[in-house]
Design a protein. Structure first.
Length: 397
């Protein structure tokens, strides 16, 4: 078992990573090109997530630098109590121990998610996808260099170079202690981890996010939010479904304008029976499509009778990630926000803000659609468990 590293050492390792990422920037990008060139799949969102460019390296550097500036999340007092018998009782945050991050495609996870888990006092096990192997191994080598230079053991960050069969075997019967697993990727990866894991799993679930355009919506705002929500199709906070209030004034003109804007952005537009009847979009043939997370240049527009119906629709079909109401009616917005069952609910703002950095956490390990132990972006302060400290002088019960 690794003894908890001091906060000074953890911060020094993170800052050393920032230096090494800058020094090795060109090499990281060149190695990543070999992964990009070798990728033969047709999943455009996976390819988008795989790419490392100067902007991505900048984001990695920013992430570890910001983490180093944040307070230690371990050992924070959450509760204290003086017992009648004189015992002093405290509850404090504690690290989980060992966190396994299983992820697809994204080499930046090797820095950002690992950095959060490391700063929270955990040993990190990384299991990336074969499509990003060269990029991941390069970044893990930098972690090892940073740890060595700051006098810490390299086993604080370990890369598991397993195939699918070996990964399944490890999940079912780990060859070392694992306290928490965080899968980062598509629905198939998450289902695979849930099926085989024997310890707690934080589900970083699917998006399939909805925007509801209420009859009292500012239509310019509605279009801006929808287009922005579709601006990064590989993100789990992307918009996939639009619900239009059937009582919206000038509804047909608005929907036509929206469809034109979407098609100008090379987005394929589908419609339910009510929308496809009056507009030049492909009609859906089954309601199953309402469940689907696209991760593609596709969007589905439907008509809805009321805010209550929009809430019911979202609660039935969405991935529990993010949802938006566009309206100038604050009472309708309040009802929507209180009753929609998603991790993040928005009034007149884009789903693209469901992100740890954007919501003030400085970064995120994952965006959880579970309700335990933390919902939505999981930041540094959430990647801890807790422990009871009781001080006595011989008390018995």
């Amino acid at each position: 078992m690794n003894t908890l590293l001091s906060i000074e050492t953890r911060n020094a390792v993170l800052l050393k990573m920032a230096v090494l990422l800058e020094q090795e920037r060109e090499e990281i990008i060149n190695i990543n090109k070999t992964d990009l060139d070798a990728y033969k799949g047709d999943d455009i969102s996976m390819f988008d997530r795989l790419k490392v460019d100067d902007f991505k390296v900048d984001e990695m550097i920013k992430s570890v630098t910001h983490l180093a500036s944040q307070a230690d999340p371990v050992g924070v007092e959450r509760f204290n109590f003086k017992h009648d018998n004189g015992m002093q009782v405290y509850n404090k945050t504690a690290s989980f121990g060992t966190v396994l991050i299983i992820y697809e495609s994204r080499p930046d996870v090797t820095v950002e998610a690992a950095g959060i888990a490391f700063k929270s006092g955990n040993k990190i096990l990384l299991k990336g996808g074969k499509e990003s192997l060269n990029s991941n191994l390069k970044i893990v080598a930098l972690w090892h260099q940073a740890l060595k230079e700051e006098g810490a053991s390299t086993n604080w960050v370990e890369y598991l170079q397993f195939n699918r069969t070996e990964t399944q075997a490890f999940l079912e019967k780990p060859t070392q202690k694992v306290d928490l697993i965080v899968p980062r990727g598509g629905e198939r990866l998450i289902a695979f981890v849930k099926e085989h894991a024997t310890c707690p799993v934080i589900i970083s679930g699917r998006g399939n996010n909805f925007v509801y355009v209420h009859k009292a919506a500012d239509l310019d705002i509605a279009i801006d939010l929808i287009l922005n929500g579709k601006s990064k199709i590989s993100a789990c906070n992307a918009v996939d479904k639009i619900l239009i209030d059937e009582n919206l004034e000038n509804k047909e003109a608005f929907v036509n304008r929206l469809i034109l804007k979407l098609k100008d952005s090379k987005i394929e537009v589908f419609g339910d029976a009510a929308i496809s009847k009056h507009h030049d979009v492909e009609a859906i043939t089954s309601n199953v499509i309402w469940y689907k997370e696209f991760l593609d240049y596709k969007i589905l527009i439907g008509e809805i009778a009321s805010t209550q119906d929009a809430i019911a629709m979202i609660n039935t079909y969405s991935g529990g990630h993010s949802s938006v109401i566009v309206t100038s009616n604050n009472d309708e917005a309040k009802m929507f926000m209180e009753n929609v069952d998603t991790a993040a609910v928005y009034h007149n703002a884009s789903t693209r803000f469901t992100d740890g950095g954007q919501l003030g956490l400085g970064g995120e390990l994952a965006i959880s659609t579970d309700k335990l132990h933390q919902r939505g972006p999981i930041g540094l302060q959430h990647l801890v468990t807790n422990k009871w400290y009781i001080h006595g002088n011989g008390q018995t019960r």
